[in-house]
Each structure stands twice: as C-alpha cells, then as structure tokens.
Design a protein around this ligand. Structure first.
Ligand code: WTA
Length: 653
C-alpha cells in the first residue's frame, strides 16, 4: 500500500536528450556500458590502465575471497602523487595551470603542474624531516588554500595516509579524530578567512593536542592570515621555514595498490564518527575515470571548478585526486558564495572562463533564493557542463541550474555517491543519457546498483525500496579504521553480499533511480511511506518558495506527520498574510503529490539549520516539530539559527 502510493507520487516527464554538440564532444560512450556488462573485471582493468600510471603493472584485478574486504589490483604498485603531478610534467604539460587559486580577500595565485611538483616534493621532504614515514598518519586541518592539496599530495608521495578534518570542526572533534587515527603530525594554518575575517585554526589544534598522551609530535603551520598564535618551540614549525626551505625533489614512495591513501571521518547514524579507509590503486582509478566520463573533463581545454571544501570526500575525489590525476586546470576558492557579494561565484566563473561547475543542491537553492538576476549580470557562456552532488536535487532546482547557470543548454549530471563509495556511482553520462531532472538515473559503467525490498528482492519499476550496490567497486571503502566489525555491521549485515547504502530510492517507470534520502529521513504517515525530499521538491516548485526542509514528526494519530519549514523567495511574502500563504502551500503540495503528503504544519523561517557542509540538520527540525528540547547544535554552521526557529513556533494547529 505504502509503496504503491509512492509510485504515483514522483512524476517527471521532462527529458533532455543530449545535443549533437554534447554527444560529439563526450568522453563517455555507450560501449563503456557494454564492455562493463560483458566483462566486469576486464572493464576495470582497462580503466585502471587508461587512467593510472603503474610503476608495476597488476596481474590480479579483484580479490573478493575475503568479502566484504575487497582487494583491487593488489599486486600492482604505484604512487598517487606521481600520478597527480609528475607524470603531467613528464608529458610536457608542466606549464599548464593546475590551480587558479582565489583567496577570500581577493588575492590570487596560479600554480602550474611544474610548480606543484616542486611544492609537493618540498612539503614531502619537510614532513619526512618531521618524522613522517610510510604508513604514518598525518592530520590536515587547513582552509581551502593550495597548501591543503599540496599537503595531501605530499603525504601520498611518502605513502603516509592523510586524514583531513574540515576546518569548521571544533577542537574536540579534531582531537577525537587525531586520537582515533593515531596521527603523528598535524598540518594547519594560523587561521583561514571567513566572510572577511580570520577564523582561527591553530588555537583549535593547540587545544586538541595539548592533552596527556596525544600522539601528535609536530605541528606544521601555514601563515595564511598573519594572526598572532601561541607557539610551542618544541612542537610547532612554520611552513615557510620547513617547506619553502626544503629541497624541491623527492622520489615518490612506490606503494602497493592496497596501501592506505587516506582516512576520512564521517558521521554515522549513531556513535562516534567512522574513519572511512580508502586505498591507492582502486580509488585513484575510479576518481579519475568518473571525473573524465561524468564531468566530461577534457584537461587540455577545460577550466573545472568543484566548489567542495577539501575537508569532505568531494574535495578529495573531485578537487584533488580525480582532476589532478587527469591533469586538469581548476579553480580553487577559499571563500563563501556571498562574500563580498552574492555574485562572487559568477564573477569567478566569468574571470577564469569556467567550463565545468560541480556543486551541491543547497547552493543552487540558495542562488534561486537570491534571484536569477544576479548570475544574469555575468558572462557564463563558457559553462558547458553542470554537476550536482550531496543530496537529492529537486527538479525545479535542476531546471533553474540548467536555465540560469547553464544557459539553457548545459547538461546537469546529478551524481549519487558517498564518502564510503569513494567516487561517483550513479549518474547520467553527458552525451549518452537522456537527462531526467531530479534523478541520478542509472549506475555508471562498471557499477551495479539496484533498489531492493526488505527481502533483498529487486523492486519493480514504479516501486521504492533500499539502494544497494551489488558488486564490489574499485574505490569502495576498505573498512572503518580500527573497527572491522563496525564495517561489516553497518554496510553488509542487512543482506549478505549487498552493500547497504543507507538511502531509500525508487525506480521510476523508465527504471531511473531516484535517491530519496537517508532511510532515517523517510516518513511513515498513516502507513504510507513518504520521502522528505519529495515534499521539499513540491514546496520548492511553488513560486513563493526558495528552500524547504521537511521532517516526519511523531504524531499520535498517524504515526508521523509531515512538518515543513520553508524559506520564501525574496519579496514573495511581501503584503501576504502568512496564514493564507501557508494554506496555499499545503494545497500546492496536495496538488503536486496528493492529499496524503500535505504538511500538517508549515513554518516560514529565514534560515534553515545546516551543517558546515551544507546539509540540513533535520534532526533539529524534528526536535522543534515535536516540541522537544533542541538537541546538540555543535555541528551547525550557525547555531543561532535554532534560537530563531525555536522562538517562532506557531500555535499548534
Ligand atoms: C546523499 C557525499 C541524492 C545520500 C558525496 C548519501 C545524495 C549521502 C546524492 C552521502 C545525490 C549524495 N542524490 N542524495 N546525487 N549524493 N547524496 O558521505 O544520502 O557526505 O548517502 O558523500 O549524501 O554523503 P557523503
């Protein structure tokens, strides 16, 4: 019953077949799907040799004998930093710009691949002098500056796994990650710029490491903002002394394909953050391959910009390893989209002639809220491909993105993947797929995904269930650092040999996969299963709404009730009576989806509680909707948002 209801809810008939121009240019081909179907391991072996330079070629492709612990290309040997830097210089592309850096205060730096080679070698030498050897974990806690990428690549050069912690995390969060990873050295900066002001980092490191038994022996500090910092002569070292003074050559440490490349902490449903482990050969293969075929990257002509911070997996795979393995030219921006003005991103796109933009739906909806007149004043004509990642993109946001940023012609690729998957898994391919707004559509060549029911049976088209990956893939996590049991329990326990992604999904009538959000965000209203993102989409499709968040609030009568929080578009609420607007929005959802999905309550707010990575914290909204004390707000980008929302609870209906 519940499943049937849902099957009638999501309707999207618009399709955008690739234009001749996009098709003619695209790296992706229909043959890739055929090859992968015909010979799974042969397909991946070919990708590994196409996108990665091996010091010692591999003879084995996949070893799944110890499932769910996979080994890919296990007897191959390579170095990731050689792949991301040196080989481009050797190929004669040393003069190509690797990074167009744009700092928040407006300072800029262009770094070529030849420059990068020197800087990475210098940083590797400095880290080695600080005692870092192969296998030692290095913590990186930096703003979005080139030194972040350089430090990551320097670690890779030494075979020392890095663990990047987003600069917005607190000292406590940093400490628990340092301790869990047994890191030896931290690379940080005095501070980073945030909306025109330095935001301290070094002080958080001091707090995180000045505890009995901290495994950290050295802290390498970039002077980014020239702020005053406390200094421990025995422990702290300036980057400009240690790195800039070091020799500009260092041979890359050749490691096994399964050597750890990085650990990245991500939050689980409960308990402490999980250290997701990624290794070298398979990860690099998938990062580079997906970046080439999904973003349709042509390194010799594109200017690519992935707006993710290096602290998240998107920054790892699609700022550092994917694009750099491909030898791309990219933009790196330190600041926020509205600093110093709301056209900042478009100004940067215009200035550097950005051709490929990869960002998150939350940003797109923010730009919708600010209005199309802002990007319209910039020349975005170079943009030819747009990507979306991190959460479901509402069809209306997808349409807006294509129309107002993509000039009405740029394909939008909605890419589903996770910290755990390491690289893109489900996405249309430009030039091949007929695009369907709001859907990530189908697994890319080489990935086998499905939507299954409780019994692990694939659901029919039009039905919903759980998103699973049915075959191992090269960039899959190799485990949770120090906790093999948790790895098995979290991802492989629900059904044997199926990777449980934790997301709900549905197949539409054409078999396109719609990722509906985490299964913990799925609501059950009167026994009907409803997706928060689907109702959000409906709300956002109303002309007055810029952004919406929906939660399932427990309800005595119906199990759960739909509670919505909406931000209006600029001017949309002017002269309107709030109550009548709310009635209209409820009716709109009823019209778009069905009476069952009508929110029981709608609250008009000016901001939504978001994590620093831009994810809406529905847990907190649920607390408000259920009239509870609001829980832990420490991971919010702006904790005052909750005070505002709490104080504006409308009278209970
Ligand atoms: C969600 C980010 C819908 C999903 C790369 C997943 C998406 C979680 C999409 C992973 C998408 C990511 N459509 N949902 N295109 N991409 N998600 O680990 O719930 O930060 O499980 O990785 O984000 O988030 P993570």
């Amino acid at each position: 019953m519940a499943e049937q209801t849902l099957s009638h809810l999501l309707h999207e008939d618009r399709r955008f077949p690739p234009s001749e121009q996009v098709r003619a240019h695209a790296n992706g081909t229909a043959e890739l799907y055929e090859q992968a179907d015909a010979d799974f391991e042969g397909f991946w072996a070919a990708r590994a040799r196409e996108y990665v330079a091996w010091d010692t070629d591999f003879t084995q492709v996949l070893d799944w004998s110890d499932a769910p612990f996979a080994r890919w290309f296990a007897d191959g040997r390579l170095n990731a930093s050689y792949n991301c830097v040196d080989r481009h210089v050797e190929a004669g592309n040393g003069d190509r710009v690797a990074i167009h850096f744009v700092g928040e205060p407006g300072d800029t730096r262009d770094i070529t691949y030849a420059d990068l080679q020197t800087k990475v070698a210098q940083c590797a030498n400095a880290l080695a002098d600080l005692g870092v050897g192969t296998g030692d974990v290095v913590m990186i806690y930096l703003p979005m500056i080139p030194e972040a990428a350089i430090a990551m690549l320097a670690c890779a050069r030494l075979g020392a796994p890095h663990s990047v912690v987003f600069g917005g995390f607190s000292a406590d969060a940093l400490r628990s990650r340092i301790n869990d990873a047994h890191a030896k050295v931290v690379v940080t900066a005095d501070a980073g710029y945030r909306r025109g002001k330095p935001s301290a980092l070094k002080s958080a490191v001091d707090e995180a490491v000045s505890v009995e038994g901290s495994p950290i022996s050295k802290v390498l500090v970039v002077n980014r903002c020239d702020t005053n910092v406390a200094w421990d002569d025995a422990r702290d070292v300036w980057w400009h002394d240690a790195v800039d003074g070091a020799a500009g050559e260092r041979a890359p440490e050749i490691v096994d394909a399964e050597h750890p490349l990085f650990i990245l902490y991500t939050s689980g449903t409960t308990g402490k953050p999980k250290g997701i482990l990624h290794t070298t050969g398979g990860y690099l293969t998938q990062a580079a391959y997906t970046n080439a075929v999904v973003h349709d990257l042509h390194p010799e002509s594109d200017v690519y910009w992935c707006t993710a911070d290096i602290g998240w997996v998107t920054g790892h795979s699609y700022v550092v390893y994917g694009p750099m393995a491909n030898g791309a030219t990219q933009v790196m921006y330190e600041g926020t989209p509205d600093s110093p003005h709301q056209g900042r991103w478009w100004e940067i796109c215009q200035q550097y002639g950005v051709t490929i933009l990869y960002t998150a739906p939350t940003a797109i909806r923010t730009f919708m809220k600010w209005g199309a007149q802002i990007p319209a004043t910039y020349d975005l004509s170079a943009i030819r491909l747009l990507g979306s990642v991190g959460e479901p993109i509402n069809p209306e946001a997808w349409m807006w993105y294509r129309e107002h940023i993509g000039g009405g012609h740029a394909p939008v690729v909605d890419t589903w993947w996770q910290t755990e998957t390491g690289g893109i898994m489900i996405s249309p391919l430009p030039g091949i797929t007929s695009l369907c707004p709001g859907s990530a559509q189908t697994a890319i060549p080489g990935i086998v995904a499905d939507v299954v029911d409780d019994m692990a049976e694939p659901v029919d088209n039009g039905q919903s269930g759980y998103l699973v990956i049915t075959k191992p893939w090269p960039a899959m996590l190799r485990g949770i650092w120090g906790d093999p049991q948790r790895y098995k329990d979290t991802y492989w326990a629900r059904w044997e040999h199926l990777y449980f992604a934790g997301d709900g999904a549905k197949k539409d009538e054409d078999g396109n996969i719609w990722v509906l959000g985490r299964v913990d965000d799925v609501m059950n209203v009167s026994g009907h299963r409803l997706s928060t993102s689907e109702i959000e989409s409906a709300l956002v499709s109303h002309p007055a709404v810029a952004e919406a968040a929906v939660v399932g609030a427990s309800d005595e009568m119906t199990g759960q009730a739909v509670a919505a929080f909406v931000i209006l578009r600029a001017g949309a609420g002017d002269g309107r009576d709030e109550a009548s607007l709310i009635t209209e929005l409820k009716a709109h959802v009823g019209k778009e989806i069905g009476a069952i999905a009508k929110p029981k309550s709608i609250m008009i707010v000016s901001e939504l509680p978001k994590t620093r990575s831009g994810k809406i914290m529905r847990r907190l909204l649920r607390d408000v909707a259920e009239n509870r004390e609001v829980g832990d707000v420490t991971t919010l980008a702006d904790s005052s948002v909750m005070d505002f929302i709490k104080n504006h609870i409308p009278a209970k209906a």
